[in-house]
Design a protein. Structure first.
Length: 114
């Protein structure tokens, strides 16, 4: 993940905390649908590389193989994407906005903050 050129804005400690799942959650194309017919009220569907995964927002679970088999601390990349979108996980200062997935970048731009 690239850092911005202005070193005064870069939080190197925060960038160092990003693991592979965080980087994928921030950069991979994912489509999020709260109104997918396969979901209930407390669920959202995440489409990633043509596959639909269902995230339960209350239980903080996902139907992807990573979550089912490894149950990573902090969740899979799909859960983390939702956390970034909802502001539950902060995007570290210094992350290059151009490196973010376009839909995530648009959401952040619409919200007016990171």
């Amino acid at each position: 993940m690239a850092a911005t050129a202005d070193a005064g804005d870069v939080d190197l400690a925060a960038l160092a905390q990003l693991d592979d799942r965080d980087v994928k959650a921030l950069t991979e194309p994912m489509d999020i649908y709260a109104d997918d017919p396969a979901t209930r009220d407390e669920q959202v569907a995440v489409y990633n590389h043509g596959t639909r995964y269902v995230i339960d927002l209350v239980a903080e679970t996902c139907t992807c193989p990573d979550m089912l088999h490894r149950r990573p601390d902090g969740g899979c990349k799909h859960c983390r994407r939702i956390q970034f979108l909802r502001g539950e996980r902060e995007i570290p200062a210094g992350v290059d906005p151009d490196a973010l997935d376009e839909t995530l970048r648009e959401h952040i731009d619409d919200e007016g903050s990171r």
